[in-house]
Ligand binder design. Structure first.
Ligand SMILES: Nc1nc2c(c(=O)[nH]1)N[C@H]1C(S)=C(S)[C@@H](COP(=O)(O)O)O[C@H]1N2
Ligand SMILES: [Mo]
Length: 332
């Protein structure tokens, strides 16, 4: 594959030079795509209005009474399913931590020019829908199908390529048990920005796989191509390498900031004494067994208590009792 054109970084002629100052284009994206406020980590299930959002193009307006999901390509019985038909199928609710693959990118040097996440491109919601596998079985995948392409109703320009937002899964990943076509978030119909009327939910995977405003599923006898699979969402050390595809969520944790903030800078003020630190840790690969906490800038570490009984795809609560005696200066 030739050099990916699509992922600009600061200082490469994108017009944005590396600096802690952000370009107006980045600011505009940051307003459209909100992070969870870190105090929102307190809720086991993230309230819908606190859950992060990431939308590449425009949020499409969808009339659910006219909406249908087309299942086609290399299948024996192409299907079109409306919302009511889907809702009459077997229903499951899963608590799933969703994180944007770009979470934290604005802290990188050089900084990739995109939605400028600092932290907080994450949330933990309850998604209700119907399992994908029986629908694929009903459609009857041809024996030589290797991937499924999930396309959304949204359309835009990215990396110089005009496209519908679309992501593929291998057949094995698409058939795995917990993949859902979801129409509800925290027990209510999806909000427009979260994919109304139906989105894909692929527990354990970074956000880009969870295609919103799902319009079609196409069975393909070829491996995935398309901008969002072949150019975006790849781990690479240089522009020249095609890199490895981004799939499951890597291990991470965040802390609810203790004390209270300064309005402008968000510097925290914490009173001396016993401070119960709390946060969340998650990984799409495995349960989190241990969280280490440092309260002295990494010189020493203690072990937090980690909730090990959380749902399999849900983030886990951690707690750490801090005996705060000395004065300390911390940023953010
Ligand atoms: N159709 C469509 N699906 C999409 C996207 C998009 O732009 N269009 N963004 C993806 C990305 S990058 C992320 S991180 C998640 C965000 O889901 P949320 O906004 O519901 O939190 O949706 C994914 N699904
Ligand atoms: Mo994302």
């Amino acid at each position: 594959m030739s050099t990916p054109p699509g992922i600009p970084t600061v200082g490469d002629g994108s017009g944005i030079e590396e600096s802690r100052q952000f370009h107006e284009a980045e600011l505009q994206l940051a307003f459209r795509n909100n992070a969870i406020p870190l105090e929102g980590l307190r809720y086991d299930v993230t309230p819908v209005g606190m859950h992060y959002t990431l939308t590449h193009y425009d949020v499409p307006f969808v009339d659910a009474t006219r909406w249908g999901l087309d299942i086609g390509g290399a299948v024996r019985r192409p299907l079109t399913l409306g919302l009511e038909a889907l809702q009459q199928m077997a229903t499951r609710t899963l608590r799933v931590t969703l994180e944007c693959a770009g979470d934290g990118r604005a802290l990188l040097h050089p900084r990739p020019v995109s939605q400028p996440w600092l932290t907080g491109g994450v949330g933990n919601a309850e998604w209700t829908g119907t399992p994908l596998r029986p629908i694929l079985e009903e459609a009857g995948l041809d024996a030589d199908v290797v991937s499924l392409v999930f396309a959304g109703l949204d359309h835009g320009l990215e990396g110089g390529i005009e496209q519908d937002y679309a992501r593929a899964l291998t057949i094995a990943d698409a058939l795995s048990d917990d993949v859902l076509l979801a129409w509800a978030m925290n027990g209510r119909p999806l909000e427009p920005q979260h994919g109304y009327p139906v989105r894909l939910v692929v527990p354990g995977w970074y956000g880009m796989a969870h295609v919103k405003w799902l319009r079609s599923i196409e069975a393909s006898v070829a491996a995935a191509t398309g901008y969002q699979n072949a150019v975006a969402y790849r781990y690479s050390q240089s522009r020249e390498e095609p890199g490895e595809p981004v799939t499951l969520i890597r291990v991470r944790s965040l802390m609810m900031p203790p004390g209270f903030p300064d309005y402008l800078t968000r510097t925290r003020i914490v009173r001396r004494g016993v401070v119960d630190l709390m946060g969340r840790a998650w990984s799409g690969y495995a349960r989190v067994a241990r969280v280490d906490v440092s309260t002295d800038g990494g010189r020493s570490w203690g072990q937090a208590e980690v909730d090990e009984v959380a749902d399999p795809h849900s983030w886990q609560l951690w707690r750490y009792r801090w005996h705060f005696r000395r004065r300390l200066r911390c940023r953010r």
